[in-house]
Write a protein that binds this ligand. Structure first.
Ligand code: SF4
Ligand code: SF4
Length: 164
């Protein structure tokens, strides 16, 4: 199936399968550990070979990423701005006290879905959707939420359901 079809499948099925997926992720709490993280890592690699983020960009469109101090300094430098000016123009503090991008879609998302600051993007953008780095089992609650935003997470969970 092509990347676009996989994304379309997510759009069509994510609501109908939500309860089933959440039940499965809840069940995985009892199976936390190395074996699950190894399987999730392989599944992450396989799914991201099929799903092309440039066909999607839903995270950049709908979830303002956390921008920590190191990120802000690096991005400001790339843009030739002072950190304080960058903060004022692009960031706001959310209810948890974290600094995040101040608009959705992200101000650095371009029409072709490429990121204007890709090489220097925030750490949160690099790590999203937290399904690899052998850390899948640490973020089960997050995956349950991200299924609604990220087609790759949806397909990773679908594949894991057939294997676990
Ligand atoms: S900084 Fe780049 S990768 Fe991060 S949300 Fe914005 S457009 Fe997407
Ligand atoms: S939502 Fe998921 S599949 Fe879509 S661009 Fe973001 S990481 Fe890629």
């Amino acid at each position: 199936m092509s990347s676009k079809n996989l994304i379309e499948e997510w759009r069509n099925r994510k609501e109908r399968t939500k309860k089933e997926h959440q039940k499965f992720l809840k069940k995985l709490r009892q199976q936390k550990g190395k074996r699950l993280d190894e399987l999730a890592e392989k599944t992450h690699e396989a799914v991201f070979k099929k799903v092309d983020c440039l066909d999607c960009a839903n995270c950049c469109t709908s979830i303002p990423p956390i921008v920590n101090k190191t990120d802000a300094t690096r991005i400001a430098k790339t843009l030739g701005m002072k950190s304080a000016d960058f903060q004022q123009q692009y960031l706001l503090q959310d209810e948890d006290g974290d600094w995040v991008m101040n608009s959705s879609p992200c101000p650095f998302l371009q029409e072709d879905h490429k990121c204007l600051i890709y090489e220097d993007r925030p750490r949160a953008c690099r790590q999203y959707p937290h399904t690899n780095y052998y850390e899948f089992s640490k973020h089960l609650n997050l995956h349950a939420q991200n299924i609604s935003y990220c087609p790759a997470v949806f397909h990773i969970v679908e594949r894991l359901m057939r294997q676990v």
